[in-house]
Design a protein around this ligand. Sequence first.
Ligand code: NDP
Length: 253
Amino acid sequence: MLKDKIGIIFGVANKRSIAWACAQACAAQGAKMAFTYQGERLKENVEELAGTLDGSLVVPCDVSDQATVDAAFEAVKNKYGRLDFVVHSIAFAPKEALEGEFVTTSREAFRTALEISAFSLTQVALAALPLMTTGGSIVTMSYYGAEKVVTSYNVMGVAKAALESSVRYLAADLGKDNIRVNAISAGPINTLSARGVKNMGSLLSYVGEKSPLRRNVTQAEVGNTALFLISDMASGITGETIYVDCGYNIMGI
Ligand code: NDP
């Protein structure tokens, strides 16, 4: 399905990362990928995981530092010469902003959360554009807290709302170049970032009970949906937020 396709994956921290599940699904269909890591702390982890896949490249990239974003895409250009897809699976908010009341969010926490979790999609889309010479697909990760209040999700919900809106504006801009942009709204999954959200344990058990499928979603299910959105099977889909949450979002009372 993705034979000869080249991708770049932002957001692998470890084997539990949603980004890693996306990469595995794409690799199984023949894609070759570059992986970014943020900071030396994660370098070894990412190199070890990426090393299990043929033809991979590992490059540092902190989206708060434009020079590292430019360097990452330059490295992709040098190794592969072009790009077909981007998986954007990164988010960050200061820990103190993910507890207590939203009304106390500081200017700095708001700025950081929006910059790292939402603006970075536009930033990487612009950098990817010159390499996507025959079209492409960009997929990002959102969450239900973008549209409904989820206790403690706070400023990250606001950032995800900005992210989903960015998906629509980017899709409108890039459609003429046959580049599609979509978000996956994933149900809660126990990953490194998720542990930063207070009450994640109770959120997982609540959603696991109340969702139509009576369970939580897995990384692999999100990865398979990313594969679908990246592949030509989704050639008519852009600007959408697709729920992969065992149906939780459809429930009322
Ligand atoms: P992970 O912690 O595995 O992945 C998050 C990644 O974002 C990490 O690799 C992290 O690196 C990276 N990151 C943070 N700040 C930056 C930065 N400045 N520059 C580059 N990379 C950065 O968690 P998930 O796999 O859960 O998260 C992936 C995405 O999925 C996020 O957007 C998250 O909001 C979203 N999502 C997660 C859900 C869940 O329940 N887990 C549900 C719905 C959506 P580092 O560790 O160094 O900070």
